[in-house]
Write a protein that binds this ligand. Structure first.
Ligand code: ZN
Length: 489
């Protein structure tokens, strides 16, 4: 039987604040265990929480950028459960009303048409601490540094139909929230992670199937793998006439498979009730208006703008997905000498060389010592023909990691491409004379031999010839038109 896949996502994003949600403890990552804690975030009796105003603004900002309605009044509730790294015995979260409701984000569906993934809600909550299992000593330790860290949870409607769509949605959402400054989005530190709800149903059926919930995925790749695995697992059960159980699953990234954590029978009853220690949260229309004015352009506007600048689809996508890439691109284009803007050159350099370099180094483009101003200079040297494609590729790593000024490097090392036609023409004739056999073969119709001669000419010019022009001049030299092209340029 043909089945439809139905996927909904719950995304946890750590809000970009310096202090926790209900106390002034720092949110920094990697501190000594149990040093960033106080009586509030360790759940001491009688300690009173106070809400971090910046966290509320960031949550509302996320909602505004995603087209959600920001509720003027929302409420914190206690979500009760026991876990050793949850000293309060409850998580402080929002049930009803949450800070934002509705909204959505557009992706490209598998059939290529645009598709809007609707959001159900965005609510605020605090994070739990962390259990550290010491296998060697056979004990478990608790680190509460993370307890009380502010999060938003973004819950989508079940509008996603494949692993690819889920990953595209997450990449877009991640890029947007990072550009907004809502989260720093460092996935390896757990600042952006997601739960996947997934079920199958007979093709076209309006009734949803029983779903599995895969918990806590913190890489786009794992999300894709986990969904593919789960589609296979569930369809295998249906094909064998079995019944899919509603359960909570863990994805084992080593083995590439999901396994059950608990079934519905054991599922929690959280017994939500309003948190009596916190008053309702109010956001004034004035504040919402101010936040709206602070919003950068939305993803759809940004995409339209980039495409109208003549960027390729894949380049626009990359600039929007990678943290800091769009800001870097805009600064580089603004700094480009002359009026042509250098947009195409800059986009190509970033796509092919710079962004892969940054990814390898694990840095955001804006953290690179190769600043947008230097990128503008490099694009300029490429655009005016001073540096050919091959030279740019050769120099890229050095320039990027050292933050070197390309103009200075070209001058100091005498790298400028030879644009003197006379000099290059002389070299072409020299190459032809030095290789009479190859020249004869070419003249007898073996045109492929030309690439060999181009190679010789590149070598003779120490890589400073533009390969296409080198080919033209060689052809001219071989046909006996010794003076070489007079087409200028
Ligand atoms: Zn604290």
């Amino acid at each position: 039987m043909e089945m439809d896949t139905v996927i909904g996502l719950e995304i946890h994003a750590q809000l970009n604040t310096r202090t926790k949600l209900f106390c002034p403890c720092p949110t920094e990552f990697g501190a000594e265990p149990n040093t960033n804690i106080c009586e509030v975030c360790t759940g001491q009796p009688g300690a009173l929480p106070r809400m971090n105003g910046l966290a509320l603004e960031l949550a509302a900002k996320a909602g505004l950028a995603l087209g959600s309605r920001v509720n003027e009044r929302s409420l914190f509730s206690r979500k009760n459960y026991f876990y050793p790294d949850l000293p309060n015995g409850f998580q402080t979260s929002q049930l009803d009303p949450p800070v934002c409701e509705g909204g959505g984000l557009e992706i490209t569906s598998d059939d290529g048409s645009p598709k809007r993934v609707r959001l159900n809600r965005i609510h605020m909550e605090d994070d739990a601490g962390k259990c550290v299992h010491d296998e060697r000593r056979g004990i478990t330790l608790v680190d509460l540094n993370r307890a009380g860290t502010p999060l938003i949870e973004i819950v989508t409607e079940p509008d996603i139909s494949s692993a690819r769509e889920a990953v595209e949605f997450l990449r877009k959402l991640h890029g947007l929230l990072v550009r907004l400054g809502v989260t720093r989005g460092r996935m390896e530190e757990g600042e952006f992670r997601c739960d996947v709800n997934i079920s199958l149903k007979p093709k076209g059926s309006p009734v949803l199937g029983v779903r599995g919930e895969i918990k806590n995925l913190n890489s786009f790749r794992f999300v894709g793998q986990a969904i593919e695995y789960e589609i296979g697992r569930q369809s295998g059960i249906y094909a064998a006439g079995g019944r899919v159980l509603q359960e909570t699953l863990h994805f084992d990234s080593q083995k590439g498979e999901t396994r059950s954590l608990r079934s519905k029978e054991e599922a929690h009853d959280y017994r939500y009730f309003p948190q009596p220690d916190l008053p309702p949260v109010y956001i004034s229309p004035d504040l919402v208006e101010r936040l709206r004015l602070e919003l950068p352009e939305g993803p759809e506007e940004a995409a339209d703008r980039l495409l109208s600048l003549g960027l390729k689809d894949v380049q626009a996508q990359l600039l929007m997905e990678r943290r800091g890439a769009l800001e870097y691109f805009d600064s580089a284009v603004a700094a480009f000498p002359g009026t042509s803007g250098g947009t195409a050159r800059t986009a190509a350099l970033m796509e092919e060389l710079f962004l892969p370099h940054c990814q390898k180094e694990g840095i955001s483009p804006l953290e690179s010592p190769f600043t947008p101003d230097l990128m503008a200079k490099l694009a300029g040297l490429h655009e005016d023909g001073t540096l050919g494609r091959r030279k740019v590729q050769e120099l890229a790593e050095q320039l990027f990691s050292g933050g070197l000024d390309p103009v200075k490097v070209v001058r100091d090392r005498g790298l400028a491409q030879i644009s003197d036609e006379g000099e290059l023409g002389r070299m072409a004739r020299e190459v032809v004379e030095a290789h009479p056999e190859e020249a004869a073969k070419y003249r007898s119709g073996q045109e492929k031999i030309l690439s060999f001669l181009v190679g010789r000419l590149m070598k003779l010019s120490a890589g400073r010839a533009e390969p296409r022009r080198a080919g033209e001049l060689l052809r001219a030299a071989l046909s006996g038109d010794g003076d070489g092209g007079g087409e200028g340029n």
